[in-house]
Design a protein. Structure first.
Length: 183
């Protein structure tokens, strides 16, 4: 029995060593793959950034040439002198349009918020009105049952009166709590 146990533990130890090596190798391979992927993502980002910087430098160089335009009459600014002004005007119009759209959206949002608030208040008022009517109806039924109880001695009427009584007291408590909460 003891030998079997030793063999079993030895076998488990051997399997554990084998699987541990495999697990370690798998983890290392996964880490290497992630590093390669991250490197490729970083390379892509770096290339995009380099392209952007090169374009910006080129644009700045063109801008410098435009600034020195006195000596370079063949440049676009002199062949079509209003192009930069037109672009500037278009940008200003676009910004104005965006600000108008934003203010319109803001006003619309304010209007919708006011509308939602009004609807919530109306719903709350309607709910309290419905509760009040239900309470009045409950009291009316209670009065009818009490009158009926005076003329007919039936235990079912007594049970109904007690039930309505309990309901009325609970509703009254709820209303008192509700109105206290409002104040």
């Amino acid at each position: 029995m003891n030998i079997c146990m030793n063999r079993e533990t030895e076998r488990m130890f051997h399997e554990d060593c084998m699987t541990r090596q495999n697990l370690r190798r798998n983890k290392e391979r996964m880490i290497r793959q992630k590093e390669i992927m991250n490197r490729s993502i970083e390379d892509h980002r770096r290339w995009k950034e380099e392209d952007r910087v090169v374009k910006e430098k080129h644009m700045y160089h063109v801008y410098q040439l435009y600034k020195q335009g006195d000596n370079h009459k063949h440049l676009l600014y002199y062949t079509n002198p209003y192009s930069i002004d037109l672009e500037l005007i278009q940008r200003i119009e676009e910004e104005d349009r965006v600000t108008k759209e934003d203010s319109r959206r803001e006003k619309e949002n304010i209007r919708w918020n006011m509308e939602d608030k009004r609807m919530r208040e109306e719903d709350r008022d309607n709910r309290s009105r419905r509760k009040r009517f239900a309470f009045q109806e409950l009291c009316f039924h209670l009065r009818l049952l009490e009158i009926l109880q005076m003329t007919h001695h039936d235990p079912r009427i007594q049970h109904a009166v007690l039930f309505y009584h309990k309901e009325a007291v609970l509703k009254e408590k709820k209303f008192i709590h509700f109105y206290r909460k409002q104040i």
